[in-house]
Design a protein around this ligand. Structure first.
Ligand code: B16
Ligand code: MG
Length: 213
């Protein structure tokens, strides 16, 4: 029986991907790294340090420099976050969240981002959630199941009672590894491993999810 919905943040509740892109691009320009929108697509749902490793594409660097670069990227990103408001919530996600709550379901956030709480506060929906797990909550990032298992534990529920909504391949894999039901948002090529797939946030149908999963 489904008792909770765990939402990924970037790509499901809001679209901060563009800000991540601009921040990585700025760092890449400064440090002469090859980077573009295509590479940025690979960073969806991937933790900050893992993202840098993808951009470095096998190039080795001292940890100290990698830390300095990811800190700098994050400073750029946090500047963009100041601009975020309620307007940045994707489609009618807020009313969908409210409906789920009214229907007695628990709702939670499971995001790879260490900035997730800040983003939720800027969106003015921070207080709606029964649990929030973010990039600071666990050691092993998505596609490891740890983040979503952490969320289920905080909700006091079994993994089987949770549905995860994800826009990233790594996130869908994490949900499946956690033994949860996975709903993918995006193209089949990216989230096709999920139990149910919707092309975009707008077309997510919770009645259908409850019926089919
Ligand atoms: P930060 P999600 C993820 O959020 C983003 O999709 C990914 O692009 C980003 O690198 C990651 O958060 C880490 O973010 O640098 O803020 O810790 O999709 O898991 O909500
Ligand atoms: Mg995401």
């Amino acid at each position: 029986e489904i008792k909770a919905f765990i939402f990924d943040l970037d790509g499901v509740i809001t679209d901060t991907a563009e800000y991540h892109y601009k921040s990585w691009q700025k760092l890449a320009d400064e440090e002469d790294l090859f980077f573009n929108r295509e590479i940025n697509e690979k960073l969806r749902g991937v933790s900050r340090m893992d993202s840098l490793d993808i951009i470095l594409d096998g190039k080795e660097l001292p940890e100290k420099i990698k830390k300095e670069w990811t800190d700098r990227k994050n400073a750029y990103y946090q500047k963009y976050l100041e601009e975020i408001t309620k307007e940045n919530i994707l489609d009618d996600m807020e009313s969908k969240l409210k409906r789920l709550k009214n229907d007695g379901f628990k709702i939670a956030v499971g995001s790879s981002s260490r900035n997730a709480r800040k983003v939720l506060k800027q969106l003015q929906i921070y207080d709606m959630f029964d649990a929030i797990s973010d990039g600071n909550s666990v050691e092993s990032a998505k596609p490891a199941p740890d983040l979503f298992l952490h969320t289920a534990k905080n909700l006091g529920l079994e993994p089987e009672e949770c549905v995860v909504l994800e826009d990233a391949e790594s996130g869908v894999e994490a949900a499946l590894a956690a033994n949860m039901k996975a709903v993918g948002v995006g193209p089949e090529s990216r989230v096709g491993k999920a139990h149910l797939v919707y092309g975009n946030v707008d077309s997510i149908d919770f009645d259908e999810i409850l019926k089919k999963l």
